[in-house]
Design a binder for this molecule. Structure first.
Ligand code: FO1
Length: 328
């Protein structure tokens, strides 16, 4: 069983690659267990997803990273943005705009259905884990998609303009504010769902996807007990750098790292994951950072870490899996 920790678009791309690489088997089979012992009803891949970006708008609960992972694994994500549903229309949002409601968060008509159902199920008292499983099954998603917690956690971005809710900072204000600090409100009382505990325990490889280390992987690692459980797991842990050539593959990770005093390079990311992962996957343009990362006690795979379409995602995932299995 392979476990991936993921945020939004970058994480979803590698998760799709891991799904495709696993489905093909060959030299990149996830499980080193005797195939005869493998229970086919247990998914080979579990993706633990950040939920600290979640928020409410027009009365609906939105879980952007969960949906990005679900839509990507289902093959229905918008290929231009990476989030939302491909070919979606915006008639509902336009109508909301006519009523004077907020429209800065671009919710498509098909996407709305996900939020309506999730909100209804939450009101019925179901957990986010159960609801996500229901959505995944309906969309034909094979891997298990697991929220990092069923409890409410919200990223707060501290800026010169004051404390901003994450989507205010990210979407409404276009990530233009200087980030002075980040905190995760509610994290102290967040629990780890049983499915996440079980996935980590039975993992034979754990992959930290190329998502923002501060606001995507950061909240997952901040859930009380998560780092301890990851450390205690027998599986090797490998991280893929979201920083390539001094720039974030997507989003504000580069500016965020800089303003919080971290080096904007795979070395800066590796320092954040020190003591947790045994291996880092970095892009060829950053090959000069290899020695410094190895000095942190990690092994390094230098490859093409930028992902294009599904075949490219599968290629990187297969390399990550092969590299991961060489780590102890
Ligand atoms: N990101 C944007 O930059 N602008 C949007 O209008 C937007 C809408 C949106 C709707 C549904 C959804 O699931 C995601 C959406 N995102 C949008 C992406 C999302 O806010 C970010 O990618 C994540 O929160 C960061 O990982």
């Amino acid at each position: 069983m392979l476990v991936a920790l993921a945020g939004g678009v970058g994480g979803a791309k590698l998760a799709q690659g891991l799904m495709l690489a696993g489905a093909e088997g060959s030299s990149t089979e996830y499980s080193r267990t005797d195939p005869a012992q493998v229970d086919p009803s247990v998914p080979e891949l579990s993706v633990v997803v950040n939920t600290a970006d979640d928020f409410e708008i027009v009365g609906l609960r939105i879980s952007p990273d969960l949906d990005t992972v679900l839509y990507t694994l289902a093959g229905i994500a918008n290929p231009e943005t990476g989030w939302g549903v491909a070919g979606d229309s915006f008639a509902s949002l336009d109508m909301l705009g006519r009523y004077g409601a907020d429209t800065w968060f671009r919710l498509g008509d098909r996407d709305f259905a996900t939020h309506i159902l999730r909100t209804q199920r939450l009101r019925e008292g179901r957990t986010l884990t159960a609801i996500t499983a229901e959505l995944a099954a309906a969309l034909g998603v094979g891997p298990r998609v697991l929220p990092m917690t069923d409890d409410s956690v919200a990223t707060v971005v501290e800026t010169p303009a004051g404390n901003l809710a994450f989507q205010d900072y990210f979407v409404r204000r276009h990530q233009t504010d200087e980030v002075r600090g980040v905190r995760f409100a509610g994290i102290e009382s967040a629990g780890i769902p049983a499915g996440v505990v079980a996935a980590i325990r039975s993992a034979d490889l754990i992959v930290l996807c190329p998502s923002n280390p501060i606001v995507s992987i950061g909240p997952i690692l901040a859930v009380p007990g998560m780092v301890e459980r990851l450390r205690a797991a027998a599986a090797p842990k490998v991280a893929v750098s979201p920083i390539v050539g001094g720039r974030a593959l997507k989003g504000p990770a580069d500016r965020m790292l800089a303003s919080l005093g971290h080096e904007v390079s795979p070395l800066g990311v590796a320092r954040l994951y020190r003591g947790l992962v045994q291996g880092m996957v970095i892009d060829m343009v950053d090959a000069d950072r290899r020695g410094a990362i190895e000095e942190l006690g990690m092994r390094v795979l230098v490859t093409t870490a930028v992902m294009g379409g599904p075949e490219d995602r599968r290629r990187l995932a297969a390399e990550v899996i092969d590299f991961g299995h060489t780590l102890t």
